[in-house]
Design a protein around this ligand. Structure first.
Ligand SMILES: [Fe+2]
Ligand SMILES: [Fe+2]
Length: 416
């Protein structure tokens, strides 16, 4: 028995999503035609909403804990209603946004296998956007009396968003190389996994019913990122890859800070728990996330150690990686710049706590100083340019960051 019931959108928005797909992901038919070659007997892609059973009918967290979950959006109070809408909107924006990002560098894939994996991710993100539309579209109480048609306004706004206009920063950065597609899968889709997992308890029932199927699809996205990151790292170690290890490191350096920021301010997130929308606060989830990204990086590093030392056990490889990281020495014929390192949580941050946002902090988390004082913007931005890909330095995102950094240094700026 399927773990969900399939549903579709009403004609107007179903067609709108199909139109959006034709414009932003016209390659979908290739994936459908070649599905069996790459994904065998796994269920084929379908543009549908998947509605799973609730684990419990009761609200599990926050001030309504113990009460029935809300079946109708209109039954939620103003604050709660709009806060739920904002979460659904942000979620949907990430889905549309990532399809737009993946497409730019899709054609530069390292091979058909990698290309079809990314196309499957794109198709599933499209379905996730469809799912969020379903949440808004099938419940007529999102059209709140006296407040206009909140559902239609939100969906129309989402359909019009382009890269640079999305809700979260990570979805406003243009991909410029296929390594972005892969590291994004490993690092940013992992945030998606966390959000979906936290939202399984959602106090608004239709949202809670949507999370399980999305969560299980996210596993493939993450798995693709993890798998190819390790493959490319091993190829780099053998000197036959498209990217060297320092090049892969620079890409990691742009995405990990954005992943961390997707959780929101680490001191916040209590309102979402109060409303029973999530089961963890931002800071809690962010810490677990950082630990899990470290494991993904570790998985790639162990691959490198094993390739160089086929006789070493996985445990010995793990220990060698730790030794290289902590001593900065060459161990088991692997130099520090031949493995990947986690950027510190405080590196290259534009959102979060004052102590590190727009501060000259290096990759290891140390303040860069000169004569006992933190260095000025020019010096730090120069340093930063050496830690990220040069193609990224030319993007609108980096330019915006540099502009805000300079303003923040002058004590001005209205924040990010
Ligand atoms: Fe998704
Ligand atoms: Fe995803």
């Amino acid at each position: 028995m399927a773990a969900f019931v399939a549903d579709t959108l009403k004609q107007r928005y179903h067609s709108a999503i199909v139109e959006w797909q034709k414009k932003n992901f016209p390659e979908l038919h290739m994936l459908e035609e070649n599905w069996v070659t790459y994904f065998g007997s796994q269920p084929k892609f379908a543009l549908i909403a998947k509605v799973a059973k609730l684990k419990t009918d009761l609200i599990e967290y926050g001030k309504f804990a113990g009460q029935q979950k809300f079946e109708k959006a209109g039954a939620m109070s103003g604050n709660m209603f709009f806060s739920a809408r904002d979460i659904i909107k942000a979620q949907c924006s990430t889905e549309f946004g990532s399809v737009q990002q993946h497409r730019v560098s899709l054609e530069t894939a390292t091979g058909d296998e990698a290309k079809y994996c990314v196309m499957r991710i794109m198709a599933e993100e499209l379905r996730h956007a469809y799912q969020m539309f379903w949440v808004l579209d099938h419940d007529s109480t999102w059209r709140k009396l006296g407040m206009g048609d909140v559902a239609a306004e939100t969906m129309d706004e989402l359909l019009a968003m382009k890269t640079g206009e999305h809700v979260l920063d990570a979805f406003n950065i243009e991909f410029t190389d296929f390594i972005d597609n892969i590291i994004f899968g490993a690092v940013i889709d992992l945030v998606g996994k966390y959000q979906l997992d936290m939202q399984k308890v959602f106090a608004y029932a239709p949202m809670a019913r949507s999370m399980g199927p999305m969560f299980s699809e996210e596993g493939f996205h993450l798995g693709t990122g993890k798998r190819f990151l390790r493959e490319y790292s091993i190829e780099a170690c053998e000197g036959r890859g498209r990217w060297t290890m320092p090049e892969i490191q620079k890409v990691l350096n742009i995405w990990v800070p954005r992943g961390l920021e997707m959780f929101g301010n680490e001191k916040g997130g209590t309102t979402a728990v109060e409303f029973g929308f999530k089961d963890k606060t931002n800071g809690q989830a962010q810490k677990e996330y950082y630990e899990e990204v470290s494991q993904i990086v570790q998985h790639a590093n162990i691959g490198v150690l094993q390739t160089r030392n086929p006789k070493m056990s996985p445990l010995e490889c793990r220990e060698a990686v730790q030794e290289i990281t902590s001593t900065g020495d060459k161990v088991a014929s692997v130099k520090p710049d031949e493995i990947l390192h986690m950027p510190a949580m405080t590196f290259f941050r534009r959102r979060g706590l004052d102590e590190y946002v727009f501060k000259p902090i290096d990759l290891r988390g140390n303040m860069i100083t000169e004569g006992g004082k933190p260095v000025k913007a020019d010096a730090f931005l120069k340093y930063l340019e050496t830690q990220v890909p040069s193609r990224y330095v030319k993007t609108a995102d980096f330019e915006k960051y540099a502009g805000h950094y300079r303003k923040a240094e002058e004590g001005g700026g209205e924040g990010w």
